[in-house]
Design a protein around this ligand. Sequence first.
Ligand code: ZN
Ligand code: ZN
Length: 297
Amino acid sequence: MSQNLQYPPRFYCVYLLRSIAKKNSFYIGSTPDPYRRLRQHNGELAVGGADRTKKNGLRPWQMTLVVYGFPSKTSALQFEYAWHYAYQTRHIPVKKRIGTRNSGSSVHIKIANLKLLLSAHAFGRMGLRVAIFQKAIYDIWVVNRYNVAVSESVLLKLDFEENQQKLIEGGNYEQMKAFVKSLEKEEEDYFEISLEKLEENNTRKCCVCHRVVDQFEDVLGFCASKDCHALYHVQCWAEEMTKDVVSEPLSHSVLPLTPVKGKCVKCQKVNWWWPMIKNSMRLHQHFTEIGRPCIEN
Ligand SMILES: [Zn+2]
Ligand SMILES: [Zn+2]
């Protein structure tokens, strides 16, 4: 089920840069490290940075929006490419396409295309999240000039830096640093709390099949709600999450259904598949490394 998942699944995001000096200049890119990447674009690091962002008068750049939560680097690169060439990407049906090769520069079109891609078949199931760091970009998102409905699965994280002096002096480095840290902390907490929950759970029964789980053998799923002690075989939870999903059109039915999200059968809280499975893979790796304790007798 998870053969092509790597642990640790490397963080990889797609971003939208905006020139602070020339507000109609944008740049779409992708990176495993938005903080370092922003410094490269702004010329603070000797190596790296795209040629286009080096042009006179465009620096400094602000990272105004980040799409994250990709299950792999490849999927992030595909998203970046599709966003860049939104006027011709196969991920957006021809009749839904907005803009042409030449009109692609308007920020309203960029945001509309972003929304279309977030709902596209290939990406809409990933539970992607969007962080917006500039109020003006958020306003464009809300105004929604092209009336693109965004899938309810897209979570927004808002954190605006509007201090112009600060931005001119150093893009929005502090913000990007804090953003990366907060994501790492989220994952770290999830992992630690899962270990505690397992430790405290005396019966260790899967909430779906009610069989006792074996952390050295099974891949276990934990509810993201801190107070909920529900425990699952991820396979059982996946089946539970997808059992009510109406099967998709034939052309898409080659692969078994990967869940997007589903309710915890115990606390009813919605759990997102990708963060949950990432945590599960990490736990699995942890227990594989420790190995089953030998019982000598
Ligand atoms: Zn089970
Ligand atoms: Zn729960």
